[in-house]
Design a protein around this ligand. Structure first.
Ligand SMILES: Nc1ncnc2c1ncn2[C@@H]1O[C@H](COP(=O)(O)OP(=O)(O)O)[C@@H](O)[C@H]1O
Ligand SMILES: [Mg+2]
Length: 492
């Protein structure tokens, strides 16, 4: 319902600049998501080369992000610096990575107190303006100032077009009074920047792989990090499926190779990513080729060790931003409720495959060697209950039987040692977690005669050691597994 506003009293309620910018600072960017958001703008501006420079100067450290995109003239730059001039509801070019018209400002303010931009559009002179949070605090006005750190003033003089975003007074990364010689702080700074680099390798890997852009870390080009290891021969690639009908969103599952199947240990380590194998499993959501979310089951499953080789690519066009609730920081997405079942069912299939690869390294080894693989432990299934038994046909078990004839003690010790070492904990863990069948209760189908014979021997031994009947029985009841067989002990 639209009201008739003509006769209603009005009063202007302009946001207070000094408090509003503090709100902008609190949107929750990390340094890596903030830098990525600035690079999105460079890509949307058609840049081919993007360079990130870091200048360690203690509390006066600076980060700059430079591109050779289309650049802006004076009016365009002022527009660009104005928060929210572009309506988020507007339809965007499909290559446009922006949405809310806020990223440049919010990402920058989340990290620094001074955001300076110098830009040059072809056939125009370079122009620069800065947002300075100290000036806003003082003046309480939405005013940019004609200032930029001196060293950047002439930096676009010899370029046809491009933009440099400069962050100085990085108070969220280095506290303002830090001296340049503070090694601890310097290490922290460089560690934070390492994370940024790895984040960029991942977030923009498609752009780098497809030679749409090069990102330089200082002088060095950043290598792309592809979560799906498509060049590894043993990577399983599943069929692409549409998510929903006619939405343009797709998904594609990947099962990465088992460690033994990777081309090299180095590749295996690299594929692990920043947070480790287990943390990197899950969906990878791309919007316009840019990775938004890396390794997240979107609330559908928990992360579990046996699915660590499973990564599923989801591609959504920017026209679905609202359906997928893309947030300002472009680091979150929530699939529409109507797609959840489809995602769950597709992912379940890929996860099942992934689990097989994870547990069947033995089987894979066997195939490779072309000889029959002999596990020491066998998985047994009976009446829909699982358990593990020692493989009596195992060549070593047979040899130990031989050995026992001459050196019984040594034979038993050797057998116990090998059995201890080979306990199939990984497989047991998976069986427990998958819970389609139940674990067999220990001793539930044990032959009672075996127990009884053993008890008789032990009872006689106890008596021979001078224990009374009552003492011997009490002692046996405290020994595993005989504590489960009190009724046999009482009959002895
Ligand atoms: N590196 C750049 N090169 C050219 N134009 C830019 C650059 N960065 C920002 N802009 C302009 O500033 C506008 C606002 O950017 P931003 O605040 O990140 O919002 P959004 O990306 O959602 O549009 C962009 O739409 C673009 O027109
Ligand atoms: Mg943007």
């Amino acid at each position: 319902m639209t009201l008739d506003y003509t006769n209603i009293q009005k009063q202007s309620a302009i946001p207070k600049a000094s408090s509003m910018v503090e709100t902008f600072r609190a949107i929750g960017y990390s340094l890596e998501t903030a830098v990525a958001d600035i690079i999105d703008n460079s890509i949307s501006a058609g840049a081919k080369n993007i360079r990130i420079n870091r200048y360690w100067r203690g509390g006066k450290s600076v980060i700059s992000i430079e591109d050779d995109g289309c650049g802006m003239n004076n009016e365009e730059l002022i527009q660009a610096l104005c928060p929210g001039v572009q309506n988020p509801l507007e339809q965007r070019n499909k290559n446009d990575l922006g949405r809310f018209g806020l990223g440049l400002k919010t990402a920058s303010f989340s990290q620094c107190r001074k955001l300076s931009v110098i830009s040059r559009k072809a056939n125009y002179a370079p122009v620069f303006w800065s947002w300075d949070l100290d000036y806003i605090a003082q003046s309480d006005k939405w005013e940019v100032i004609k200032w930029i750190p001196e060293e950047f003033k002439n930096s676009l003089d010899n370029k046809k077009s491009g933009t440099i975003v400069v962050w100085s007074e990085l108070d969220r990364i280095v506290s303002p009074d830090t001296s340049e010689t503070n090694q601890n702080a310097q290490e922290k700074f460089s560690h934070s920047l390492d994370r940024v680099k790895r984040h960029l390798e991942m977030t923009f890997h498609r752009f780098i792989e497809n030679k749409i852009i090069s990102i330089f870390w200082g002088e060095h080009p950043i290598e792309p990090w592809n979560p799906f290891c498509p060049d590894e021969k043993a990577t399983q690639i599943k069929a692409t499926d549409y998510i929903g009908f006619g939405s343009g969103a797709t998904m594609k599952g990947f099962v990465l190779p088992h460690k033994n199947q990777f081309s090299s240990e180095i590749e295996y380590r690299r594929a692990e990513g920043t947070n480790g194998w287990s943390a990197q499993q899950g969906f990878y959501v791309y919007r316009g080729n840019r990775l938004l979310l890396a390794g997240d089951w979107l609330g559908l499953f928990r992360k579990e060790e046996q699915y660590k080789l499973v990564r599923i690519q989801i591609d959504i066009p920017n026209s679905l931003d609202f359906d997928w609730q893309i947030d300002i920081k472009k680091s979150k997405a929530y699939p529409p409720a109507k797609c959840l079942e489809q995602l769950r069912s597709y992912a379940s299939e890929v996860r099942a495959e992934g689990c097989k690869v994870y547990r069947h390294r033995g089987a894979i080894l066997k195939q490779r060697a072309g000889i029959c693989f002999q596990p020491l432990w066998l998985e047994k299934k009976k009446d829909n209950k699982w358990s593990f038994v020692v493989n009596r046909e195992h060549a070593m078990v047979l040899s130990i039987k031989q050995l026992a004839k001459d050196k019984p003690e040594f034979a038993i010790e050797t057998l116990l040692k090998f059995i201890e070492e080979a306990i199939p904990t990984e497989a047991i863990y998976i069986d427990k977690a998958q819970n389609d069948a139940e674990q067999k209760q220990p001793y539930s189908d044990m032959d009672v005669d075996v127990v009884k014979n053993m008890l008789i021997i032990m009872y006689d031994n106890q008596k021979a050691m001078g224990l009374s009947d009552i003492q011997a029985k009490a002692s046996l009841k405290s020994i595993e597994p005989f504590n489960n067989y009190e009724y046999i002990i009482d009959e002895l």
